[in-house]
Design a protein around this ligand. Structure first.
Ligand code: S3P
Length: 192
């Protein structure tokens, strides 16, 4: 937790959730939004509503094409007139593009939901979510390796961007995670 970073941000506009797939961004985001009476936005859902299923985009047009759309969605969110009071759950790979970092920081306060590879794998097995083609058709052992590799590439990016890090292997309960986040950002600017 880096307090000095927070002080450089005068008015938090939105809370942004970053982290690997299966780290709980959507479920925590929904709970945060309900508690804070804020709007909830899931960038994966926005992409699927505006364009096509993520699995189609990646498998038919390629990951680069999907990443372009992901960046575009982020830019759109940052330009919307009433771009405040929102909880925004991002796709796990949003941090890959340097151009997205500036936008994420402008959008608001960034929370990294950190999780170990084994935890991520267990959650993904339970979820059976179809919008993660990057892990499709791998065995569990291969999936674990792939998660480890992806995490290794992204960990420093998540860490660098985060105003607040929640270790979801230590704080496991969803209510506790939400409570911790709210306590940390309790300066009222997100509450209507
Ligand atoms: C991805 C994560 C997914 C989705 C896409 C790519 C990634 O989002 O954007 O499948 O590269 O980690 P979630 O993190 O919401 O699962």
């Amino acid at each position: 937790m880096d307090e000095s970073k927070l002080k450089t941000k005068s008015k938090p506009k939105n809370l942004i959730l970053i982290g690997m797939m299966g780290s709980g961004k959507s479920s925590i985001g929904i709970q945060l939004a309900e508690t804070l009476k804020a709007d909830f936005i899931d960038t994966d859902q926005l992409i699927e509503t505006k364009y096509d299923l993520i699995v189609n985009l990646i498998e038919q047009k390629g990951e680069e094409f999907f990443r372009n759309i992901e960046s575009q969605i982020l830019q759109d969110l940052n330009q919307e007139k009433f771009s405040q009071n929102r909880i925004i759950a991002t796709g796990g790979g949003t941090v890959l593009r340097a151009e997205n970092h500036k936008i994420l920081k402008q959008l608001g306060l960034i929370i990294w939901l950190k999780a170990e590879p084994a935890t991520i794998l267990n959650r993904l097995i339970k979820q059976k979510n179809e919008n993660r083609p990057l892990l499709k058709s791998f065995s569990e052992a291969e999936k674990l390796n792939k998660i480890k590799n992806i995490l290794q590439m992204r960990e420093s990016l998540y860490a660098e961007l985060a105003d607040l890090v929640i270790d979801t292997d230590k704080i496991k309960n969803q209510n506790d995670i939400t409570e911790n986040i709210i306590k940390y950002f309790i300066n009222g600017s997100l509450q209507k």
